[in-house]
Design a protein. Structure first.
Length: 162
């Protein structure tokens, strides 16, 4: 098994609710526990399995020993004068990708942007060629997993809420 396959199998967000229900059945856990986990994974304030307090501690510990809660880490974060934030994310297979959080030029009364747009990578390397993104300077190597795409969004959202 190569490192990418090992990584995919260890990233919890690559599992659908049905996959988790099947897994939990194999572990003799009730199906509703899979639903609690699935819901917890969508909570932007949770950073680890230990934060999902609806799950019993023994199950949280088991999940921690079997899976990665997050498939990436922040390698670098740059904030420009206009409020644009670039994140360089390190993937577990040694590759890196960028996400960019872009504020709109339209502001609400308190001076904050009316909306935010996030550009997430879907591949290691990119063919779009956006000048602001380092990922665009790389030739496409592979598609990202569901977990790697979702974790970009969740990490940026969590950073934004801090």
């Amino acid at each position: 098994m190569n490192i990418l396959n090992e990584h995919i199998n260890k990233s919890i967000r690559n599992y659908s609710l049905t996959d988790l229900q099947t897994l939990f059945g194999e572990w003799n856990e009730p199906k509703f526990r899979a639903e609690q986990l699935y819901s917890g994974l969508a909570n932007p304030n949770y950073k680890a399995f230990s934060d999902i307090l609806t799950l019993p501690k023994a199950l949280r510990d088991h999940l921690e020993s079997e899976f990665n809660y997050n498939s990436l880490t922040i390698g670098n974060k740059q904030i420009s004068e206009d409020g644009t934030v670039k994140y360089l994310f390190n993937l577990q297979d040694g590759n890196a990708v960028e996400s960019v959080l872009i504020p709109s030029e339209m502001l609400i009364e308190d001076g904050t942007p009316k909306r935010l747009t996030i550009c997430v990578s879907t591949q290691v390397g990119c063919a779009l060629g956006c000048k602001f993104c380092a990922t665009a300077s790389l030739k496409p190597k592979r598609n990202l997993t569901v977990a790697e795409i979702v974790d970009q969004f969740m990490t940026v959202r969590m950073q934004r809420n801090q």
